[in-house]
Design a protein around this ligand. Sequence first.
Ligand code: FES
Length: 143
Amino acid sequence: MQLAAPILFCIERHSPVNYIKEFTMPKLTVEGYGTFEVAKGKRLVLALAEEAGVDQLYACGGNCRCTTCRVEFVAGEPQQITQAEKDKLADKGLAGVCLSCRIQMNNDMHVRAVSRLEGSGRADAGSKPDAAIKPDPVWVAKT
Ligand code: FES
């Protein structure tokens, strides 16, 4: 009788539904570019540049200082945000956009690339962001 709870936990944890949810690759749709499979947990800013081929700006190298990595969400916007992103968007008075360097691909997302090298007048997109979100993320509710 005492083993029932752990056994039920293991059965649920390793069910095909949970396995599929945990290990399938999220899809990134970028208007005008297409739909791409992306490794779960990958930074959105890198997925835009590497999988979707967007000339996405990331002037500060993905360190939540510049806001050039901003995107508009059509669907799949995460309900959690890093405190750093929340503070930066408030500082800049930006609404209706998200900072792709603060977002991990943990679900399907559909975005518009609204901050690209083309037309920016910049010499390059910036220093390529690291694989991990920096500074270390502190997750808070979006609202
Ligand atoms: S805020 Fe600079 S790359 Fe995201």
